[in-house]
Design a protein around this ligand. Sequence first.
Ligand SMILES: [Zn+2]
Ligand SMILES: [Zn+2]
Ligand SMILES: [Zn+2]
Length: 100
Amino acid sequence: MARVHRETPPTQNHKHGSIAIPMKCNDCEGKGKTDCADCEGTGTLDLDCDKCIGEGTIRESGMTLRCPECNGEGRISEDCPECDGEGQKDCEACGGSGEE
Ligand SMILES: [Zn+2]
Ligand SMILES: [Zn+2]
Ligand SMILES: [Zn+2]
């Protein structure tokens, strides 16, 4: 049988009751994607706010004000650059095919 290797990860396998069951990749459990390690699958990174350096407040004219950049949270969320905010990356073990 011919196995066609495709670059794109399989979305749905339409073969029902097929005799050929490809070996699933252990790393991604056949999904072809793994959780991004950088953002732990969330797709966003929590970073200390640059403006208030994580304090949540800024000082202005002797007054302490809530930081407008982070709304007083001290943290800001950014799209993870490693996975473009998707939270998932192509599995390195199987190159995104989901099969071994
Ligand atoms: Zn990520
Ligand atoms: Zn801030
Ligand atoms: Zn894999």
